[in-house]
Design a protein around this ligand. Structure first.
Ligand SMILES: [Zn+2]
Length: 165
């Protein structure tokens, strides 16, 4: 178990390739797009970055350690289940989410029209208010793999507070 501190902060990053014939799940919401993210699970880049930040804050390893892509139990799994399991892990360690800030990097589709729905979904899984979950997005100005729409990435930071048990 990690040392009990009043606060712990964590950082997470994730990448997925984009391909035709896949669904595009971002932040637990399915977006309409001609391409989707490739992965063993539903390849939800934002939820994976948030899970990694939460686990990192507790010094509990990473998402690949807890939910290995070699395990068929996680094949095509809804990443909202992984976020719930991650929240359970940090709760067992004595912590809860204070706030999350995140950025998704992709050219298309636009995230802004969906950000409030994404906030609702994540906040409800974590049992926090929507204003504790910040979702931002940026393009890569047509540069690199994001700019060429070959892939997407997401970054998240999280602050945890100790639970007064
Ligand atoms: Zn991922």
């Amino acid at each position: 178990m990690p040392a009990m501190l009043p606060f712990r902060t964590g950082f997470g990053i994730d990448f997925h390739q984009l391909a035709y014939g896949r669904e595009l799940w971002i932040g637990g919401v399915k977006l309409e797009h001609d391409k989707g993210a490739v992965g063993h699970s539903d390849a939800d880049v934002l939820l994976h970055a948030i899970c990694d930040a939460m686990l990192g804050a507790c010094c509990l390893g990473d998402i690949g350690f807890h939910f290995p892509d070699t395990d068929n139990a996680y094949k095509d799994i809804d990443s909202k289940i992984l976020l719930k399991k991650t929240n359970d892990l940090i709760y067992q360690a004595g912590y809860q989410v204070a706030n999350i800030d995140s950025t998704v990097c992709l050219e298309l589709p636009k995230i802004k029209p969906h950000s409030s729905r994404i906030q609702q979904v994540i906040a409800s899984i974590l049992g926090v208010e929507e204003t504790q979950v910040s979702i931002k997005a940026t393009t890569a100005e047509k540069m690199g793999f994001v700019g060429r729409e070959e892939g997407i990435s997401a970054y998240a930071v999280v602050l945890l507070t100790a639970i007064n048990k």
